[in-house]
Ligand binder design. Sequence first.
Ligand SMILES: N[C@@H](CCC(=O)N[C@@H](CS)C(=O)NCC(=O)O)C(=O)O
Length: 230
Amino acid sequence: LEESLAILMYDLAGADSELRFSPFCWRTRFAVAHKRLELRTIPWRFTEKDAIAEFGTERVPVILDNGKGVHDSWHIAEHLEAAYPDRPSLFDGPTGRGLARFISNWTDITLHPLIARWKVNDIFAVIHERDREYFRASREARFGRTLEGLATAALDAAEGFDNALAPLRATLERQRYITGEAPFYADYIVCAAFQWISALNPHEWCDANDPITRWRFDVLAEYQRNLKEV
Ligand SMILES: N[C@@H](CCC(=O)N[C@@H](CS)C(=O)NCC(=O)O)C(=O)O
């Protein structure tokens, strides 16, 4: 039997080290499972910049693969695709990779800021105590408002998020996955944003009549199947 290959990932954790809510780390988690590789994680907190400084970044995910450090979820996906060409493809070729890049930018530029505004206080509530001061200062600077001010606008952000999902919903009414018949990295990118939300509130986004809910459960079921094949 082939010795199973393990990828090590620094993964953002809450005060409870089991709480893993980073959407970028979820992308990598899905990608590693898609490649049928074993994942081991190191819980990491926002202020533990020193632990990853040697990799030239202040953000997670960072992975270690055979001693090679790679950071940035997109670069990690490209690394896995190049390093494990005999494993299932994450992009299904250059056209798929090109479209996945659009989905990545749509998610980063349109979806994430709305989720961040909506959930910033829920995140603040679950992070480690020693991260609090840094998180408050960095997010208040990013959004130009206090956390208390952002709380009053949370429902507007939630509504904005729902409106932004219209193209996704229209797509999933007609096809099983973003990429068609089977899930690829583009699906994981968007599903990871929902993992961020559901890590903070498991009951959010469970409307059984929403095609997005059906799709999320299909992607998560595929992820569970992939984990069993590692
Ligand atoms: N472009 C990066 C973004 C990674 C990122 O922003 N990670 C967040 C966690 S979701 C982080 O590490 N934040 C650290 C901080 O805010 O100080 C990627 O795709 O990996």
